[in-house]
Design a protein around this ligand. Structure first.
Ligand code: PLP
Length: 361
């Protein structure tokens, strides 16, 4: 077989431990999983209502253009329907963009550590990866802009950044965008947009109006609570969308995913209450960190990266034995940290209680 050389060196994505597995291994009856930034409150009740009242014919291909969902998005953001590309999760939109723009001889600039799929896809396409280290958990926008050259095709920006939770304010982002030449596509990954509280945050929709080389990625997997349905999207100028659309597989979003996402959009009060509870949950962790004198990054997402100054894998293991699955910082570029998704008030209390016990041992 002639596997591409760059692919032979890649390892497949290693999924976190499944709940059932952990239950069995440690003889636990209940597991709280706060590892993948899912919504602890699930999703809008309107979705189950829709499925109770409506049948779906599974024998029929989906609408490949996701017309209804596309029009709902267009209405929500006051953009043209042609300004959206739908994906099987925003993961797939990352892949589509990479396939369309990256190849050997080209390079792509990204922050590090950040969401691993930018690099993963770039390697598969054979492009050079230029990683610019974060400063205190935040993008080094100056260095990122300096790294751009004539062979650069994509610059990745993740705000709020996974795994640090840091964000970029409007002024900084706009002066950065002004420094990026128009031949470069800037991908602004906003998987956690719905959770942002910062008042000096930018408005992504006006960025799309002002910069014809910006594409904004969002997803139904995080605040909307629909990770299992796999729906994400990109929004940009019509010309960018038109240019990358040929790479998209014709039926990449499912019938069920389209319906669930469309119904979810109609219940913005669910998003509001999730956001509010998330803010209160973050406060629980901030207070705990202050109490224990451990370092953390203030977060605009639904997760927090805490540096315990102890081996991340060991802490991860100890928490698992108490029935909590979180993410060790080891694989995320922060070896002495844990990334914890914000849960319900009770879940946060329980996890903090367990952590306190482990740290005081
Ligand atoms: C979760 C996540 C995604 C991917 O989400 P999908 O489920 O594929 O829509 C993309 N970017 C970041 C930063 C994420 O954290």
């Amino acid at each position: 077989m002639n596997i591409k050389a760059q692919v032979t060196n890649l390892v497949p994505y290693k999924p976190g431990k499944q709940t059932d597995e952990v239950k069995k291994e440690f003889g636990l009856s209940e597991i709280v999983k706060l590892a993948s930034n899912e919504n602890p409150f699930g999703y809008s009740p309107k979705i189950d209502e829709w499925f109770k009242e409506n049948g779906v014919n599974h024998a029929i291909y989906p609408d490949g253009y996701a017309t209804k969902l596309r029009h709902s998005l267009s209405e929500l953001y006051s953009l043209q329907p042609e300004q959206f590309i739908l994906g099987n999760g925003s993961d797939e939109v990352i892949q589509i963009i990479s396939r369309a723009l990256l190849e050997p001889g080209k390079n792509t600039v990204m922050p590090a550590p950040s969401f691993p799929q930018y690099k993963h896809n770039a390697i598969i396409e054979g492009a050079e990866v230029i990683e610019i280290p974060l400063i205190d958990g935040a993008h080094d926008l100056t260095k990122m802009a300096e790294a751009v050259n004539e062979d650069t095709t994509i610059v990745w920006v993740c705000s709020p950044n996974n795994p640090t939770g840091s964000y970029i304010n409007n002024e900084d982002l706009r002066s950065f965008l002004n420094n990026i030449p128009p031949h470069v596509l800037i991908v602004l990954d906003e998987a956690y947009h719905e959770y942002v509280q910062a008042e000096d945050y930018y408005d992504a929709i006006s960025l799309i109006h002002d910069y014809s080389n910006v594409v904004v990625l969002r997803t139904f997997s995080k605040a909307y609570g629909l990770a299992g349905f796999r729906v994400g999207y990109g929004m940009a100028s019509e010309s960018i969308i038109q240019a990358i659309e040929p790479v998209r597989a014709p039926f990449n979003t499912s019938v069920l995913g389209q319906v669930a996402a469309d119904t979810a959009l109609s219940d913005q009060s669910f998003i509001e209450s999730s956001k509010k509870a998330n803010r209160q949950g973050l406060e629980q962790y901030y207070q705990f960190c202050e109490e224990m004198s451990v370092d953390y990054f203030p977060s605009q997402g639904n997760f927090i990266l805490i540096d315990f100054d102890r081996d991340g894998d060991e802490l991860f293991q100890a928490l698992m034995e108490h029935g909590f699955i979180v993410r060790s910082g080891k694989g995320l570029g922060f070896p002495t940290s844990l990334r914890i998704s914000i849960g319900s008030k009770e879940q946060n209390e329980q996890l903090i209680h367990a952590l306190r016990g482990i740290l005081q041992q």
